[in-house]
Design a protein around this ligand. Structure first.
Ligand SMILES: C[C@@](CO)(OP(=O)(O)O)[C@H](O)COP(=O)(O)OP(=O)(O)OC[C@H]1O[C@@H](n2ccc(N)nc2=O)[C@H](O)[C@@H]1O
Ligand SMILES: Nc1ncnc2c1ncn2[C@@H]1O[C@H](COP(=O)(O)OP(=O)(O)O)[C@@H](O)[C@H]1O
Length: 301
């Protein structure tokens, strides 16, 4: 049996830091959405002891020495311990999202592992408990477990409904420099800001971009100070025809641009990729993702 699960990139359309907990974690108000860009996790029931191999364009950035520390394995061990199940099978992670880049790739992989292994091992863990396990794995893992747009509160564990989103286009650009999330939170210099009420729905990408322009990412300045190339990326996205809004996601360094349609985003990405400056950058374009289901299939040969 081979099962497949997609782990979509999480994009913070805005991120306001609203306070700080006694343990140092920051309270956030952030609108998280999921882009079509995704890692893929495969499970095969052929092995007696659980193993993980990491492949794909960004696979080499995750050390094979640290496979046991990979968030996928940490999620697997946590689920197995919770369910009293012996962890079995072989997992393959196709890593296509840049690592440590503000789009929650590791968190999405951990969440995908929880969804996939719950089905593969046929273990009964309530949805509420699965979210508690997700929270233990990282602040971004709960929203990635739900894998649908949400307004995140608390340190990321509180998920409130997001406005209904238009069928917009998105471009994601990463300059290739990893930015450490704790370092960005530490470097942040500024107060706390609440975000205003959001509408129940945005009818168009333009309407959404107008509202988002009044909001911001409170981590952008700190990330730019640690990695000044982020400013070049933001300027390059902003200069693309049809770009309605450009902003950094999460703690960076990936930045996004909003476009009217996925086609407009793809045309802009082709233009961006032709620039000498962007030759070494990771560029993705397309639309937003809905919540996918675990599917039984085979990895491409
Ligand atoms: C900033 C965000 C926004 O969605 O995204 P990314 O940049 O990681 O994609 C997240 O809050 C990141 O979530 P995640 O990457 O799971 O963070 P964790 O592993 O739990 O925490 C890493 C470190 O970030 C800091 N941290 C994280 C979350 C939070 N609400 N406050 C914090 O101060 C803490 O220093 C913590 O030790
Ligand atoms: N499956 C994984 N994918 C990405 N990073 C992982 C994974 N497992 C562990 N990590 C570690 O988690 C850290 C954060 O990675 P990632 O989730 O990609 O960052 P971000 O949330 O900023 O996009 C990295 O430094 C990496 O070493």
């Amino acid at each position: 049996m081979i099962l497949t699960e997609t782990a979509h990139a999480k994009i913070n359309l805005y991120l306001h830091v609203t306070g700080r907990r006694d343990d140092g974690y920051h309270l956030l108000d952030s609108l998280a959405v999921f882009a079509g860009a995704a890692d893929t996790l495969f499970f095969s029931s052929d092995a007696a002891a659980l193993s993980l191999s990491v492949e794909g364009p960004f696979g080499a950035e995750l050390s094979t020495d640290a496979t046991d520390d990979n968030l996928v394995m940490r999620a697997a061990r946590l689920l197995a311990a919770e369910a009293g199940h012996t962890p079995t099978g072989s997992l393959t992670l196709e890593k296509t999202l840049p690592v440590a880049s503000g789009i929650g790739g590791g968190s999405a992989d951990a969440a995908a592992a929880l969804r996939l292994l719950q089905q593969a091992w046929d273990v009964a863990v309530s949805e509420e408990r699965l979210f508690e396990l997700a929270e233990k794995l990282g602040a971004d893992v709960p929203v990635c477990l739900a894998q649908r747009s949400a307004r995140m509160g608390g340190v990321g564990e509180r998920l409130d409904p997001a406005p209904a989103l238009p069928d917009c286009g998105m471009i994601l650009v990463n300059c290739g420099l990893g930015v450490s999330t704790p370092a960005v939170f530490r470097a942040r210099d500024g107060g706390f800001s609440e975000a205003p009420a959001l509408p129940a729905a945005w009818a168009s990408a333009a309407e959404m971009a107008t509202d988002l322009a009044r909001l911001h990412n409170d981590l952008e300045a700190a990330a730019c100070a640690l990695c000044p190339t982020i400013r070049d990326v933001l300027s390059a996205i902003n200069a693309l025809p049809g770009c309605l809004l450009s902003r950094m996601s999460g703690s960076g360094a990936t930045c996004f641009g909003i476009f009217d349609t996925p086609e407009a985003a793809r045309r802009a990405a082709a233009q961006l990729s032709a620039l000498t400056q962007a030759r070494s950058w990771w560029v993705w374009a397309g639309g937003l993702a809905g919540r996918p289901k675990t599917s039984e299939s085979r990895p491409a040969a």
